[in-house]
Design a protein around this ligand. Structure first.
Ligand code: HEM
Length: 193
């Protein structure tokens, strides 16, 4: 398999590579309150080229796979995959994600290149249940028992350092809950580079 390299991924270019980090911190819901999980993870981002929609919208896309492991027992406890997409003409960044709890999100946000020679790139996207632009899909079980109502994600890349912070708003166990995850990662050097 040969992935295209002569593609303008805009701000997404900075994501491409394999990233690892062990400063992860998760706060997730429990019937009697919340649970805190320190974690480590690997995220692989690969540029996969471009697509044209309706012969007018040109997107470039980066595919990712995130595997998250709990420090306390070294068991994988979160697995996520999706795409980051860049629409250069509209200045829009999109983030689609799927998690194997039967929840899918399409989050979006605008991106403008900072003036001057900024040392970092920040991507900010959000989605809301029922939003006509950036929405959330979930199975009937999740809708009725662990509903995701909103998702916000900010990711900052400065050279070979990446940090992210995301909040998933849930309705679960009869209450509203802000399920949060954050980590700091470093890009693995490419062999032979
Ligand atoms: C690093 C990222 C994430 C980690 C480590 C993580 C971890 C967890 C954990 C430990 C739980 C509690 C599970 C249980 O009690 O059995 C949970 C629940 C949940 N998470 Fe995440 N999560 C992450 C990201 C996300 C994202 C991006 C979404 C959706 C947009 C999401 C949606 C949910 C939902 C709907 C639940 C409720 C289900 C339940 O507790 O039974 N999570 N997550």
């Amino acid at each position: 398999m040969v992935l295209p390299t002569d593609v303008d991924y805009g701000p997404l270019e900075e994501l491409i590579g394999v990233w690892t980090g062990d400063k992860g911190f998760d706060v997730s819901p429990e019937p009697d309150g919340s649970e805190e999980n320190p974690y480590y993870e690997t995220i692989l981002f690969e540029g996969i080229g471009g697509v044209t929609n309706a012969e007018s919208q040109d997107l470039t896309a980066v595919r990712y796979h995130q595997v998250v492991t709990r420090k306390s027992d070294d068991q994988v406890f979160h697995n996520e995959t999706g795409y980051w997409m860049w629409d250069a003409k509209a200045g829009i960044v999109m983030h689609s994600l799927t998690i194997p709890r039967s929840v899918c999100v399409l989050a979006g946000g605008s991106y403008a290149k900072p003036s001057g020679s900024a040392a970092s790139v920040t991507l900010e996207v959000a989605a809301k249940l029922g939003d006509p632009d950036w929405g959330i899909l979930q199975s009937p079980f999740m809708r009725d028992n662990a509903r995701t109502t909103e998702f916000r994600h900010t990711i900052t890349i400065s050279g070979d350092a990446l940090s992210y912070s995301e909040t998933t708003f849930l309705e679960i166990y009869g209450k509203s809950f802000q399920h949060t995850d954050k980590n700091e990662l470093l890009r693995k050097p490419v062999k032979g580079a």
